[in-house]
Write a protein that binds this ligand. Structure first.
Ligand SMILES: C[S@@+](CC[C@H](N)C(=O)[O-])C[C@H]1O[C@@H](n2cnc3c(N)ncnc32)[C@H](O)[C@@H]1O
Length: 281
């Protein structure tokens, strides 16, 4: 099950399609210029072109609003620890679930992590292909990208079952849970829990709220649940009980990315949530 949206509802989708950018934020510009070797005067055009192609295929607000240009993982409080864990242990594995274009994965490579330790997974193979077009690294990146449905888990066999055997030290899952109503979040988290080794972490960002509740989702008529840290903790308690695992949850709510622009998916209670879910049992 993908985060569903109505592919024929172009009018509605325009609500979260910002005007073309005229400048690209510095961390992403640096990544595109130094890692991808995009010429400085071509960066804006390169980004706008990628956004248009991505949105045409998958009209997510995070694509229309250019949120994929914000490299959030490097700002996560655990990032230095994640880098040293991956760099110091060649067998340590990073898994990006719902990776889309795989921007944070590329930043890890730029920051010195061997790309063979990184795996991206998404339900949409086209977004993975666009990631290669965006970062121009098809010939050099040693990471694996897998196409699978998080909701189907082990019932879809390989490659999911292989990931369950491998297990990640660091699992990145950003802007995924907030696409779905709470029962679906719990269902998907039960599958995700099986991909993390003891002592491993799940990190990410998502839309949170000071008033946790179901809110209208991008698909008309459906909802998605926005958490605060307590409700997210309760989700992982429930997942732990169901899967025989134990998790601790830390997180913060802030205003980053909540202000400015044409923004129809947020309200006055909306916050950015950064989280760390650690497997302790
Ligand atoms: C809102 S985007 C977030 C992308 C990226 N993680 C980020 O933070 O920019 C959600 C991503 O999850 C993927 N996705 C949605 N449902 C999925 C599923 N059932 N299994 C795997 N990936 C899924 C989408 O294709 C999309 O790339």
């Amino acid at each position: 099950m993908a985060a569903e949206h109505d592919p024929h509802n172009a009018e509605r989708h325009k609500q979260w399609y910002d005007d073309d950018l005229t400048e690209v934020n510095e961390p992403m510009r640096r990544l595109l210029e130094t890692y991808s070797k995009v010429e400085p005067n071509k960066v804006v055009e390169h980004v706008n072109d990628l956004r248009a192609r991505g949105f045409a295929a998958n009209p997510y607000p995070c694509i229309g609003h250019y949120r994929f240009l914000t490299l959030t993982l490097p700002t996560h409080p655990l990032y230095p620890h994640i880098l040293s864990r991956l760099i110091s242990s060649p067998s340590a594995l990073f898994l990006d679930l719902g990776c889309c274009f795989g921007q944070d994965l590329r930043q890890l490579v730029a920051d010195g992590v061997p790309s063979s330790q990184l795996i991206g997974l998404d339900i949409e193979s086209y977004l993975i292909k666009l990631g290669y077009d965006f970062f121009l690294d098809r010939a050099t990146l040693r990471s694996r990208f897998l196409v699978a449905d998080i909701f189907k888990g082990a019932t879809q066999g390989a490659p999911w079952t292989e990931l369950e055997e491998l297990k990640a030290d660091v699992l990145h899952c950003s802007a995924f849970f907030h696409l779905f109503p709470l029962p679906d979040q719990i269902r998907s988290a039960k599958n995700i829990a099986k991909l993390v080794r003891m002592g491993g972490v799940i990190v990410g960002r998502q839309s949170g709220s000071t008033k946790p509740s179901e809110v209208p989702a991008i698909k008309p008529g459906s909802t998605s649940f926005r958490h605060d840290v307590d409700t997210f903790r309760r989700l992982w308690d429930e997942v732990g009980e169901a899967t025989g695992t134990i998790w601790t949850v830390d997180g913060t709510l802030d205003h980053v990315g909540m202000i400015g622009g044409k923004n129809t998916v947020e309200d006055e209670n909306s916050r950015r949530m950064l989280f760390t879910v650690t497997r302790v049992g």
